[in-house]
Ligand binder design. Structure first.
Ligand code: HEC
Length: 194
């Protein structure tokens, strides 16, 4: 034991040293890197044409997008869907180019919704992939458009006559917004189901 004790200072020094190194490499450097990324403008200046019947002003539209972030959390959409195209498995073929940090430097993506599971497809490039009508039907009962889907239907966001409540409209507005700031990346997404 005695012979080991004389190394105490060295062990302590090494411990503190490695802790500092870990703080720098895993904490400070990534923080500096992401903070230096210039955010891209993701908020539309006007209400997209498809949603003008639902929202009169761009502020109403933006408020809906923020509300939907809460619904997306609450309904655990993130539990089955990621919002991050990874640089593996030819994902770019299916979802569009690999995600980059600048996509996430905006209020609606902080904290980001990368998600860890992929029960369903990645959603970060959902913009324009499906028409609104498809999205409404799919949200009400996914099996009406994708017969073998295991996604739950969110019927409580619809009225008795199946017309969408404001929450359903906001959800679809949010889905169509995802990736809209990079149309060039959504343009040639290859859908494996077609
Ligand atoms: C239990 C897992 C699960 C949950 C929870 C879930 N989904 Fe899905 N989702 C799936 C699966 C599986 C698919 C693929 C089959 C299909 O299209 O229905 C899918 C497909 C989709 C698609 C079509 C994507 C594409 O490009 O084809 C959208 C949009 C979508 N989900 C949105 C949502 C939203 C919004 C929520 C939360 C309100 C949600 N999902 C919750 C499993 C889930």
């Amino acid at each position: 034991m005695k012979s080991l004790e004389k190394f105490n200072v060295i062990f302590l020094g090494a411990g503190v040293g490695l802790l500092t190194l870990a703080f720098l490499t895993l904490g400070l450097v990534p923080a500096m890197m992401t903070n230096s990324v210039k955010p891209i403008e993701v908020m539309p200046k006007e209400v997209p044409e498809d949603f003008q019947e639902y929202y009169e002003t761009v502020d109403e539209y933006k408020t809906a997008l923020y509300q939907v972030r809460d619904i997306y959390f609450k309904e655990a959409c993130w539990h089955c869907h990621s919002q991050y195209v990874r640089p593996v498995g030819n994902e770019a073929l299916r979802y569009g180019p690999v995600s980059t940090p600048d996509e996430y430097q905006n209020d609606l993506n902080l904290p980001q919704l990368f998600g860890t599971r992929r029960v369903g497809p990645d959603l970060i490039r959902q913009h324009g992939k499906r028409p609104n009508d498809w999205q409404f039907v799919h949200l009400y009962n996914p099996r009406d458009v994708v017969p073998l889907s295991i996604m739950p239907g969110y019927t409580w966001y619809f009225n008795a006559d199946k017309s969408p409540k404001p929450e359903a409209v906001a959800l679809v507005a949010y889905l169509q917004w995802l990736g809209s700031w990079q149309e060039d990346r959504t343009a040639n997404v290859y859908d494996t189901r077609q």
